[in-house]
Design a protein around this ligand. Sequence first.
Ligand code: MV4
Length: 508
Amino acid sequence: MQKKVQQRRIRKVLVANRGEIAVRVIRACRELGIGTVAVYSDVDRRALHVLHADEAYRLGPAPARESYLRGELILEIAKQSGADAIHPGYGFLSENAEFAEMCEQAGVIFIGPPASAMRALGSKTKARQMADSVKLPRVPGSTKGLESLHEAKRVAAEIGYPVMLKAAAGGGGKGMRAVAAESELAEAFTNASSEAERAFGSSEVYLEKLIERPRHIEVQLLADQHGHCLYLGERECSVQRRHQKVIEEAPSAVVDESLRKRMGEAACKLALAAGYTNAGTVEFLVDAKKNFYFLEMNTRLQVEHPVTELVTGLDLVHLQLLVAQGEPLPLQQKDVRLRGHAIECRLYAEDPDNGFMPSPGRITRLIQPRGPGIREDCGVYDGWTVPLDYDPMLSKLIAFAPTRAMAIDRMQTALAEYCIGGVASNVGLFQRILGDEKFRTAEIDTGYLDRLLAEEKVIAPPSEEELMVAAIAAALFEGHAVKQNQTAAAEEKQSAWHRAARREALRG
Ligand code: MV4
């Protein structure tokens, strides 16, 4: 049943977010002559998104629940400022159906799906039921929660080991256990259930056939309020660490035209069945035989949307605004053409030498890469203090080129140019990945990065002789450097090897 189309011109947008996505949305609005309202917490008073907006309103202290999650206050500011619409970005209130409903009831356009569609697809169990109703391929297994260990054993025996236990009420890997044989099932069932309870308030778990070494491939959708839904190609998101995406790219090296069409049409069927409108993403697991299985749907614009924009030539935020105004999509599926290859690195203020812990602090130097095919969606500036209250993302660095190999080379060049002082960053991690042969040949799956990082840990500690050689080399380098009056790259964060060699040299 198609909802009533809300036709209303958007003249002013309140951006209910911060960081790079807030800057991204403000830019898109400005290009269309749409006024912008920023909201900020006390630590963000001088943030980039506040500097770029036409108006700015204080939300409160730094903690998200006292600022960016205060839906009622944000809606009140929208009304006071005369904003016609609210763009939620990603995270915070972007998938909060109650907030979307509050906006609808207050006559403020929520730039995203209707609350009803968010509810139908935002819950894992309802999304799976909706997927079944449109015969979207799902991993073989149970759909509802398992009543007992006995039932788990029966279902597992039916589908055959290895199997995967998963939390019915949530995703992201919490409450998930791979089980290779029945002997492991009891302990895994207990642990998965209690972890699910802790993480999602429900111990309900279900069971699926384990897909060995899957790829995580997602399809970008855009649906208007007139029953049209487009798929805009796919994104390869298999390079993840602890279920957090690290590198995303478009298109996927393993998706051909036929698979792209089948995944895209399946994703559109799901969205249309749920009355979905605006931008959304359907996530799939893809196995080695290129079978695809529905995982979940994200009812928001995602962090990694730029790689889709670069290979389609579309501006997804512009299209979101157009659809939110009630206009029909300005293109048809036959007009969607993919060209070239885009790779995105999520640059974070985190310390790879300290378990990737956040590295908040004042940015004392920032040299950003430029050049053909380089885009950086950035939320910080030289002199800005990265707060410890939020996700420490600095920016998203994207490289676009005619081929994947050229995009990798272009990204490596950009990463080599990137220089940040005052905080640690994960730039070195990307240099490691992009230089890895398995990445360059696209031999990646969801376990790729864990395996690569595990390799790093098994490097044997240096022998006495190796340390002595390193110490002598360091001493010679030091003497040479002093003689040549070279200036060491002070900002350069020295590697652990270098520090060890220098310690030896000093120890003499
Ligand atoms: C799986 C799977 C293998 N087999 N399901 C991870 C969290 C949630 N998004 C689903 N996930 C997985 N489900 C079956 N039947 C492997 C994963 C998985 C994964 C999936 C996507 C991206 C990263 C991942 C990392 C580890 C495991």
